[in-house]
Design a protein around this ligand. Structure first.
Ligand code: FE
Ligand code: FE
Ligand code: ZN
Length: 277
């Protein structure tokens, strides 16, 4: 059985997201920990979480994926911006313990002209400051498209961040199919070679989740515009090979395609139809 879900709105709580996930044919979901553009977070609702945990208990749910606000920048050149990122990630990691053993994904950041080396140093410093020995949450670095001054557009950069983090057993990677193709990894024609490169640098044991998106832009465009499954430059054949690849097929897949809830239901149905049992 494929583990699949979509990015859902967290505004009505965890039980609501879990019900929505099931209604669209999924068994997991992704959500923003707080307003993705601002930083406001709702209070933790213990009753909602208890009802959520009870609801999923007999449903073969896969691990869920929280996404940090994409406006936080762990490697900004401004100290106050880095401090805000640190405060938010630290708070998110503590809040995530209400749903133990979940995943928390973030964008490694933009070095804004300081250079990738400096960006890598600042982001790993921040991770060293926020990771806790006792946390059950795995923090995932997302593979980025390399637009602007983004770091994490290469497996080498992700490896360098991970290598500098003391508690790096708490770290993993979330591979975004739109981003890696935009970044210049040819997962359409050379999927095996791309995964071999990931394995030799980072180790496939660190690969914990897939953001399953098609892309609006051609190979190596460094653009980061997601497209509906099968309607972009990846195409359905490549998506089919990705979800069935022996090294990937048991990971949780999360759709971040430009869709409303009905569109996600259709995509999940489509992906299930090409997933080989
Ligand atoms: Fe993301
Ligand atoms: Fe993504
Ligand atoms: Zn993206």
């Amino acid at each position: 059985m494929i583990n699949i879900g979509a990015h859902l709105s967290a505004s009505k709580g965890f039980l609501n997201m879990a019900k929505q996930a099931v209604a669209i044919g999924g068994n997991t979901f992704q959500f923003f920990t707080r307003n993705p553009r601002g930083f406001a977070a709702k209070d933790i609702d213990k009753k909602d979480i208890a009802e959520y945990l009870s609801f999923i208990s007999d449903k073969n749910f896969a691990v869920i994926l929280a996404h940090a606000p994409y406006t936080l920048n762990p490697c900004s050149d401004k100290e106050n911006v880095r401090e805000l990122a640190q405060m938010i990630m630290s708070d998110d990691i503590k809040r995530m313990e209400n749903i133990p053993h979940s995943y928390y994904n973030f964008h490694p950041g933009s070095h804004v002209g300081q250079g990738a080396e400096k960006g890598i140093e600042l982001t790993s410093n921040l991770l060293n400051a926020v990771l806790l020995k006792g946390q059950t949450t795995t923090v995932l670095l997302e593979t980025m498209s390399g637009k602007g001054s983004e770091i994490g557009g290469t497996f080498q950069e992700l490896k360098e961040i991970i290598d500098r983090v003391e508690l790096n057993e708490k770290l993993g990677v979330c591979l975004d199919t739109c981003h890696v193709y935009d970044a210049g990894y040819d997962i359409v024609n050379e999927l095996d070679a791309v995964l071999a490169e990931f394995d030799s640098l980072i180790g496939l044991d660190k690969l914990k989740a897939i953001h399953l998106n098609d892309t609006k832009n051609p190979f190596s465009s460094h653009k980061d515009r997601h497209e509906k499954i099968g309607e972009g430059y990846l195409g359905l054949d490549a998506i089919k090979r990705i979800v069935n690849h022996p090294k990937l097929r048991n990971l949780p897949f999360f759709l971040e395609t430009p869709n409303e809830i009905e569109g996600y239901a259709k995509e999940i149905e489509l992906i299930k139809s090409v997933y080989e049992a």
